[in-house]
Ligand binder design. Structure first.
Ligand SMILES: Cc1ncc(COP(=O)(O)O)c(C=O)c1O
Length: 408
């Protein structure tokens, strides 16, 4: 190998693809055919969704799991079950998928962004406490990348101020904080089974809780406001059809069966990659708190220091890395800068018709300097890359080292 970068005509570090996603076999096939032949394609008269709910609840150490259409609806239903609505504020992270604040807006409440920890990328409990007002009703920690947020700190603040906690665990199936699986440390936990996720039904979501009353409310909200003891056309609250199909339930049963083995493999590769990246100047993997006893590794996140790479901007570095055969992305932008979130805020204030606004008209949220800074220098690797072998991790590190040598 001549050391010339692939984007300049050199030979790439790697040409072989990383493991593809989704992973499936005859288990999914068999269960899907069972649904087909049963003629029971909806969860109201089928068995697959119910069976998955039982197994997923066990897996997360929860008393209840309720399947819904996606992670966004899981969050919205959870918030509505807690009675969150117009006039309320919800404190959450500016470093998440847009669905976290969207769900807050969909209830009529307002998200308030508290900054993140500069090493873990996760919601900082000190910043949460500083963001509390008399309108604050709940906190939504997000277990970004599958790494549990500081649940000791967040639960402590929540207890002292009498706030609900909804865990956005949409990326954190099987993750645990001090031995307790995420989702039931707070009042309700929300999960996603969308196509990129570590268990994948194309789309799908779930809410877990240990509280039977909250589970019952979520059940009503996801089933057009019916109550379990009521008649078919008896609708006691305003609900939606957020029911999962039996096809999804069937696929999820097979995906969940495979998850423990996948979790082992991702953890092993992530530990190996971290050990190797710790030797690379200018690349700093996201810190995993010692109290995280299980990480779901939906993403592998690391910060990039341009000074160690000849001042090359992140985007230029990512192009070089992709050229070497390593898929990567810069990940999220800060949510409080997202036009959709700023638009929703203005609309909530009744100021301007949302579609007519230009970005210049939109209100500006208070800064979250840590998130803003990290969003300019973060590299993400996808979960499926961690399903390979140590040799695949070596290729990631070798490509980074090759670029470093070429640009410094
Ligand atoms: C952190 C987080 N919250 C919420 C969601 C929303 O889930 P869904 O796409 O299933 O609606 C996602 C999924 O991308 C997510 O990653």
């Amino acid at each position: 190998m001549d050391g010339r970068l692939a984007i300049e005509g050199g030979q790439p570090v790697r040409t072989a693809p990383f493991p593809s996603w989704p992973v499936w076999d005859e288990r999914e096939e068999k269960l899907l055919l069972e649904v087909l032949h049963s003629g029971k394609w909806g969860m109201l008269n089928g068995e697959q969704v119910a069976a998955f709910e039982t197994r997923f609840a066990q897996f997360q150490g929860a008393s209840y799991a309720l399947c819904v259409t996606n992670g966004t609806s899981a969050l919205e239903i959870a918030l509505r079950a807690l009675g969150v609505g117009p006039g309320d504020e919800l404190i959450t992270s500016p470093y998440s998928f847009v669905a976290t604040p969207s769900a807050a807006f969909l209830t009529g409440a307002r998200p308030v962004f508290a900054d993140i920890d500069p090493e873990t990328y996760l919601l900082d409990p000190v910043k949460v406490e500083a963001a509390i007002s008399e309108r604050t009703k709940a906190v939504i920690p997000v277990h970004v990348a599958g790494c549990p947020a500081d649940m000791d700190g967040i639960m402590d603040v929540a207890r002292r101020y009498n706030l609900y906690v909804i865990e956005d665990a949409c990326q954190a199936w099987g993750a645990a904080w001090k031995g307790t699986p995420v989702g039931t440390i707070g009042d309700l936990g929300c999960f996603s089974f969308q196509a990129s996720k570590n268990i994948n039904a194309g789309e799908g979501g779930a809410i877990v809780t240990n509280n039977p009353e909250l589970e019952d409310r979520c059940w009503s909200l996801h089933n057009v406001g019916r109550i379990r003891t009521g008649d078919w056309y008896q609708h006691e609250v305003l609900g939606w059809n957020h029911r999962m199909t039996e096809w999804q339930g069937a696929i999820l049963l097979a995906q969940l069966e495979r998850l423990p083995e996948h979790m082992e493999r991702r953890s092993d590769n992530a530990a190996y990659l971290t050990a190797r990246l710790n030797e690379v100047h200018g690349i700093t993997p996201a810190r995993v708190d010692d109290r995280v006893t299980r990480h779901a590794w939906h993403l592998y996140m690391t910060t990039y220091d341009a000074d160690a790479f000849g001042g090359k901007p992140l985007q230029a570095f990512l192009e070089m890395l992709r050229g070497e055969g390593i898929p990567c992305s810069p990940g999220y932008g800060p949510l409080h800068h997202a036009p959709s979130v700023r638009r929703a805020w203005a609309e909530q204030e009744g100021k301007i018709a949302a579609w007519d606004m230009t970005t210049a008209d939109l209100p500006q949220w208070p800064p979250c300097p840590v998130a803003e800074d990290l969003c300019t220098r973060t590299i993400w690797f996808k979960q499926s890359m961690l399903l390979g072998a140590h040799k695949d991790m070596d290729d990631i590190v070798n490509a980074i080292l090759k670029i470093q040598k070429a640009v410094t």
